[in-house]
Ligand binder design. Structure first.
Ligand code: FAD
Length: 470
């Protein structure tokens, strides 16, 4: 490792990708520093603080609402318990603080020097930190590093319109006060749709406004329509082709005016219309690091920018914005810079067959190609689908339905897409993702024995293809 620099690696950002890269690089013997602007409270980044983890905890909370109602069919009696928003917020905050502490311990325990500071790149090997001195006055520190890793993530983007100051983003929703009896969610992506489901489940009257034809663009079309219909059945008031004109504060609450003249009253308006890379004031322009149209840091297949000593990964590169992707990219960067783990081959990262879940109610699990994308890539495809009422709902009284779908490349018989809407879809699809990565054919699915009685067994018992569209 080079002694002519203060550090071998300087990581900017203590989120999913940054923490992983810093920790593993230090374990491989590199001298590593990491700067996180939010200090210890920010360690873990978006996922831990205002993303995956608190969202999933709130999704669990929302499921209890329906579970109490459904339990009557199974013989449970008594009044439905009431929901205490303050308790959920406090318990979530305690758990997140615990996770922040674990991340801090992991970093420091691996020998990473952690700075609670905003970091800026000052040259191909230079980093400047804006810190606070012990007396609270602004401080400044400068360091050099052989390699710099930008892992600053992304941030919610709210467009300009009249009333923009009245809206909140996913950063604020977790601590919203008071609980919104009426919530408007603007957006049609997975974050908007998840929060619409979650607050609907917690008891808000939720209106979701989306300017496009259907929510969840990019997912399999049939899955999008199916989950939207299930969300509406569950109580979300979904308005499609409904852009927002303005938002005004009135005596009765926030008045959201939509294109076409419709008006919705709300206690809170959540804007989840997209995220932008966190590059503001990072100094990248001055150093000559190339950025894309949305401000994303442009990297090659080695996560290297056009300045060879500067690397970037995770959401700031605006590719697949998922925590496991940022973690995978971090492992690849560390293997490249400091060598793989003893006895192991260097890691690589593939963006095909990345499984993902959407924690709407019901949830989506998906891996591989949508039917539409598979037709573009493979030509002829065979579709297998199964739609049913889950066994649980034969007694629960719920009318929720489950959809499972396989997309098969007809020529090779390989299963190239697997999609599901239903309970625990993410848990189910994770296992099948291994099969798809391994190149499993439909014949392999057919020869696999199901686990009975489960919903997942449907994936290995679909025999008749859906009739080809006329
Ligand atoms: P981040 O985790 O965003 O970390 C970046 C860090 O850099 C932040 O802590 C920030 O404070 C810090 N920083 C920024 N600029 C500076 C600077 N100049 N100096 C010092 N520090 C700086 N992904 C999933 O896989 N599953 C999910 O269910 C899921 N749910 C999500 C729900 C929501 C509401 C959101 C918003 C995201 C969700 N994601 C989910 C996406 C996931 O959170 C991100 O893909 C992941 O956190 C990206 O990691 P990262 O390391 O690139 O950036």
């Amino acid at each position: 490792m080079s002694a002519s620099f203060d550090f071998d690696l300087f990581v900017i950002g203590g989120g999913s990708g940054g923490v992983r890269a810093a920790r593993i690089a230090a374990q491989r013997g590199a001298r590593v520093a990491l700067a996180e602007v939010l200090g210890n409270d920010g360690l873990g980044g978006t996922c831990v603080n205002v993303g995956c983890i608190p969202k999933k905890l709130y999704s669990f909370a929302a499921h209890y609402g329906e579970a109490f109602g459904e339990s009557h069919g199974f013989g449970w009696e008594g009044d439905r318990p009431t929901f205490n928003w303050a308790t959920l917020k406090a318990n979530r905050a305690r758990e997140i603080t615990r996770l922040n502490g674990i991340y801090g311990n992991l970093l420091r325990g691996s020998g990473v020097t952690v700075f609670e500071a905003f970091a800026r790149v000052t040259g191909a090997h230079g980093i400047a930190l804006s810190t606070l001195n012990a007396d609270g006055s602004p401080g400044h520190q400068e360091f050099t590093a052989k390699h710099i890793l930008i892992a600053t993530g992304g941030t919610p983007h709210v467009p300009h319109f009249v009333g923009r100051e009245h809206v909140i983003t996913s950063n604020e929703i977790f601590d919203l006060e008071p609980f919104p009896q009426r919530l408007v969610v603007v957006g049609g992506g997975y974050i908007a749709s998840e929060f619409a489901s979650i607050f609907n489940g917690l008891g808000s009257k939720v209106t979701q406004l989306y300017r496009g034809d259907q929510i969840l663009r990019g997912f399999d079309d049939e899955i999008r329509h199916f989950v939207a219909a299930e969300m509406v059945k569950a109580g979300v008031d979904l308005h499609l082709n409904a852009g927002v004109v303005d938002i005004r504060q009135t005596d009765q609450g926030l008045r959201v005016e939509c294109e076409g003249g419709a008006r919705v009253m709300a206690d809170a308006v959540l804007y989840a219309t997209g995220r932008v890379p966190n590059v503001a004031d990072l100094g990248l322009d001055a150093v000559g690091v190339a950025l894309g149209a949305k401000g994303e840091v442009i990297v090659n297949e080695h996560y290297q920018t056009n300045v060879p000593s500067i690397f970037a990964l995770g959401d700031v590169t605006n590719r697949l914005q998922l925590t496991p992707v940022a973690l995978g990219e971090a492992m690849v960067v560390v293997d490249q810079l400091f060598g793989p783990a003893a006895g192991k081959a260097p890691r690589s990262m593939a963006y095909e067959f990345v499984p993902t879940a959407v924690f709407t109610h019901p949830s989506i699990g998906t891996v591989g190609y949508s039917e539409e994308k598979a037709r573009e890539k493979f030509g002829e495809v065979t579709i297998f689908r199964s739609e049913f009422k889950a066994l649980k709902h034969t007694l629960s009284g719920s009318t929720e339905r489950t959809l499972m779908k396989l997309v098969v490349d007809t020529k090779s018989d390989r299963v190239v897409g697997l999609h599901m809407v239903g309970a625990e879809a993410g848990e189910i699809v994770q296992g099948f993702a291994v099969a798809l990565k391994a190149g499993a054919t439909k014949a392999v699915f057919d020869s696999t024995i199901g686990i009975h009685p489960t919903a997942a067994e449907e994936f290995v018992t679909m025999r008749e293809p859906r009739a080809a569209p006329q």
